[in-house]
Design a protein around this ligand. Sequence first.
Ligand code: HMG
Length: 373
Amino acid sequence: MIGIDKLGCYVPKTVLPLTTLAHARGVDPDKYTQGIGQKEMAMVSHNEDVVTMACEAAHTILSDEDKALIDMVLFATETGLDYSKAASIYALDVLGLPASTRAIELKQACYASTGAMFLAMDYVRSHPTKKVLVLSSDIAWYGFESAGEVTQGAGAIAMLISMNPRLGAIKEGKKTVRNEKDFYRPLYSKVPVVDGKLSIECYQDMLKEVQDHHPRLYTCFHLPFANMAKKANQVMTHPMDEQHLSVVKELGSRVGNIYNGSLYLSLLSVLMHAKEDLRGETIGMFAYGSGAMAEFFTITLKEDYKSGLNMESLKAIDQDRIELSMHEYESLMNHYENKEYSASLDLSTYVKPYQTFVLDRATSGHRTYKKLK
Ligand code: HMG
């Protein structure tokens, strides 16, 4: 049996309340909070990027014993730092993983994490004593006053894939790929080119095609915004009731779109907020990445699935959040854009007490990360 041994998550503490954004943009706040379904969206702070977030997520779950068994690190992102060098090399170094590890970065919009997970499972099948670390980390940045501005977010998921997993066994289902123009970020652009309505249609069409038509207590979805769960549920042969749907989207409504990690954030939402005893339960999982690739699969939770989670760190996602004003949000995201396109940086003055990993500086484009604790 192969699957997810451990699952960890990191979300930046700095968040923009959607009512703040609505007031600034002259939009009825109900559109964002009721129509889109978002309460807050997480924004990266000055010295965070996809590597620091991925390391924070991994740090919550990895023991020294796990680290010694990791043979490959797959880094799924559409917020790449470099056309050439994989973000996993930085992550591997700062996490202190063995130098004999294979380190690669993967891309297919929000689907790469799921693709990486299935590749990791095949690797473990042929190397049964080894583990693979799959990191998913993204910053969903659409630009000020864009249609997608309300569906931003940032965060990372770390998954350890192994034989005899603690959390749950993964079973492959059906997948499909189509050449679509719903969402893409060409090399000349800092933000994606998005046809929002088409993207929702593609998502729903492909979900119709790959779902397995089994009734289930919970199905988790890739959630670019919380109410996408409602739209996904509408095309399911056996839709969930309102109460179960709210569990699936609860965490996402406080975080926003974290692209590659978003489906697994929905899974964590169920694991944290479900009222039922989930031991032995099979949960449906729908992965979608624009462009477009979709896959439906299941995870069957182990009796002791909670041993694959770090509950303390998961509960901390909702605690001690720093609400940004509109001015702080704008200055943070201007800083973000400048940072991503600067060859030289010194961010050493920005350290916050809750951070374990920070981007300290960049020299000739090469980033230096620090582990603080
Ligand atoms: P929009 O045009 O701003 O919003 O686009 P809208 O007019 O469609 O309104 C949204 C909802 O609010 C509607 O509800 C309105 O009725 C409601 P619905 O009909 O959908 O149920 N509404 C109100 N409710 C209460 N009070 C009011 C009010 N006014 C309106 N006063 C859109 C929204 C999500 C399209 C836009 O923000 C966008 O383009 N976002 C980015 C693209 C996206 O998230 N697509 C989702 C599917 S594709 C995907 O998931 C892949 C992705 O993650 C990328 C990747 O794979 O890498 C994005």
